[in-house]
Design a protein. Structure first.
Length: 462
């Protein structure tokens, strides 16, 4: 069967006017009269639904009139333009074939459901307007990321998912093992004997592809990874998931300001691409989820991002300490409330906060001249807070080794990483973009569970 996707019809109705077409999709609503039935279907290829008219002169009329919401059908009919009506055209059916019936207890009837209710049916919720729009935007963003880096001459690198290193040094890793509970039990010395484990040593799911990304960058100059990332943080916030996707570029012969320039250029490209490719979806989000979305995206795509050092940011935040749950002082990590205050109230646009105290950042960040701060940057955006975390990397072997020891890591376990500093090391930098947070930012949807099809969060896996 040659079917015509709804997106093609909506993109060029003149081309299909008065033609006989076959369309396929899922029934979103049914209105049945004695001699005529109105069905709307959606096929997932675009936001819009198609109205179908079935008249009693048609052989399948009885069957069509009994259809339940959720059924999968294919329809052969003629497309008629309807300039006076609410919808631009409709399909006058000649044949309706039921591919898969539904039943009256189909949970997604034609009424608005809360996002929370929809989370209890991850297998069906992508057929709703909201989740359908979110996941199409997600797909467009993912493809735009590859486009952007391809256009900029980056090599796309696949970094491993199973790893023996802890990039962020936070110990928030999901362990991967084939040991039985008996084999896993601590031995006399109080430790598990990993020599019998699959890899012969302790292994986990990766928290970041950065360490391997740095190796690739030292061969190709500019690389990026884009893949699943895992964090066993027990957080119950709206912006943390245990499994999420991260985009991580790494650039050689580059410093922190090159890194921020790249991040800003990428963000603008991604936002412009979504505005161009998903206008219906964005209009919908603007209407139902975030009234300022379209204005904000347009402004962000056109204006320069803010920049402020951590030290200056702390000075600004301290003035507002009365209104924060966590009081700010130099040396503390910024909480979401602080991040949002900076980007929403002070800057009113995305802002890079730079040069954080070394003690609240990962071991690999380059130590600044002051000996107290590191060449780090976080990009904060309104509504979400931290969207990107990045840094210039410590390329000086002695300082890096010292820092590893200081943070309780053993340099022997990272000999390859240290080797990069021995054999043709170069100044380099990179960042990680939380892909789900990007989708949240671009759609105005405020819970991470609603921007990934099958969310895995603390205490919850569907
Ligand atoms: O700031 P993070 O921890 O940075 C890194 O992992 C670096 N190795 C990246 C690099 O320089 N190559 O994480 C980067 C981003 C965050 O800014 C955030 O957007 C997202 O990843 N992120 C999460 N997103 C969803 N759920 C979580 N639990 C996340 N943890 C981090
Ligand atoms: Mg971070």
């Amino acid at each position: 069967m040659k079917r015509t996707e709804l997106r093609l019809i909506f993109a060029d109705k003149e081309k299909y006017a008065d033609k006989m077409l076959t369309v396929c999709g899922w029934v979103k609503s049914v209105r049945t009269g004695k001699h005529i039935s109105f069905l709307t279907i959606n096929d997932g290829s675009c936001f819009n639904n198609l109205q179908i008219i079935a008249e009693d002169s048609m052989a399948d009329f009885a069957e069509a009139s009994k259809l339940n919401v959720g059924a999968a059908i294919s329809v052969k009919g003629t497309l008629t333009l309807t300039p006076e009506a609410k919808q631009p055209f409709e399909l006058h059916a000649e044949e309706i074939t039921v591919e898969g019936a539904s039943s009256p207890d189909y949970p997604l009837q034609k009424k608005a459901h809360s996002l929370e209710f929809l989370r209890s049916m991850t297998h069906l919720r992508m057929r709703t307007n909201t989740l359908g729009a979110v996941f199409r935007v997600r797909s467009v963003l993912a493809q735009a990321i590859h486009e952007f880096f391809a256009n900029e001459g980056f090599v796309y690198a696949h970094t491993p998912i199973i790893t023996a290193s802890d990039c962020e040094g936070a110990g928030e890793m999901f362990q991967v093992t084939t040991l039985t509970p008996e084999e896993f039990a601590p031995k006399e010395n109080g430790e598990t004997d990993y020599s019998a484990d699959f890899f012969g040593k302790k292994a986990s799911l990766t928290v970041s592809g950065q360490l391997e990304g740095e190796c690739m960058a030292m061969a190709f100059g500019k690389i990026y990874t884009f893949g699943p990332t895992f964090r066993a943080e027990r957080s119950y916030t709206q912006r943390h998931a245990a499994e999420f996707w991260m985009v991580e570029p790494e650039i050689a012969f580059a410093d922190l300001s090159d890194d921020m320039e790249l991040a800003e250029k990428m963000m603008k490209y991604l936002i412009r691409t979504v505005m161009e490719k998903c206008p219906e979806e964005l209009k919908f989000f603007n209407q139902f989820y975030d009234k300022e979305l379209l204005d904000r995206l347009k402004a962000v795509s056109e204006s320069d991002f803010g920049r402020v050092s951590y030290t200056d940011a702390v000075e600004i935040l301290e003035k507002n300490n009365d209104n924060f749950d966590f009081k700010v002082s130099w040396g503390c990590d910024l909480q979401t409330e602080h991040e949002r205050y900076l980007t929403e109230k002070i800057f009113g646009k995305p802002v890079f906060v730079t040069d954080y105290p070394k003690d609240i950042k990962a071991f690999y960040m380059r130590l600044n001249e002051d000996g107290k701060t590191v060449a780090a940057m976080d990009m904060l955006v309104p509504g979400v807070g931290e969207l990107i975390g990045g840094s210039q990397r410590e390329e000086r072997l002695d300082l890096l080794t010292e820092r590893m020891i200081e943070t309780g890591m053993s340099p022997e376990d990272y000999s390859q990483y240290l080797d990069l500093r021995r054999f043709g090391g170069a100044k380099h930098a990179g960042f990680g973009l939380g892909f789900e947070r990007l989708v949240m930012y671009v759609t105005g949807v405020s819970n991470i569970r609603d921007v990934i099809p099958f969310p895995r969060t603390t205490g919850s896996i569907y």
